[in-house]
Write a protein that binds this ligand. Structure first.
Ligand SMILES: [Zn+2]
Length: 85
């Protein structure tokens, strides 16, 4: 009779440990997902460079690569000279 009680006690202890480990794992998983979600929302895509049009030839190019003249943007110094003299 005492043998069965011992077996039941061992099974209960094993079940308790298993459940405890599962709870810890679930908590760690939730924390990982939370951190991942925060990281994803914090990282915003870089703002795209504004596109401008060359006033001389009509070429579209990023504003950072364009030449800014007194009348507007140009694809190069040559077109700025053609348009503005
Ligand atoms: Zn041009």
């Amino acid at each position: 009779m005492i043998k069965y009680l011992l077996v039941i006690a061992v099974v209960l202890v094993a079940f308790y440990i298993w459940r405890h480990n599962r709870r810890v794992e679930a908590q760690q998983e939730a924390e990982r997902e939370h951190a991942e979600r925060q990281r994803r929302t914090r990282r915003t895509p870089a703002a795209p460079d504004a596109m401008v049009t060359c006033r001389h030839c009509g070429l579209h190019l990023p504003a950072s690569e364009a030449i800014k003249g007194s009348l507007g943007y140009y694809c190069g110094q040559e077109h700025r000279r053609f348009a503005e003299g």
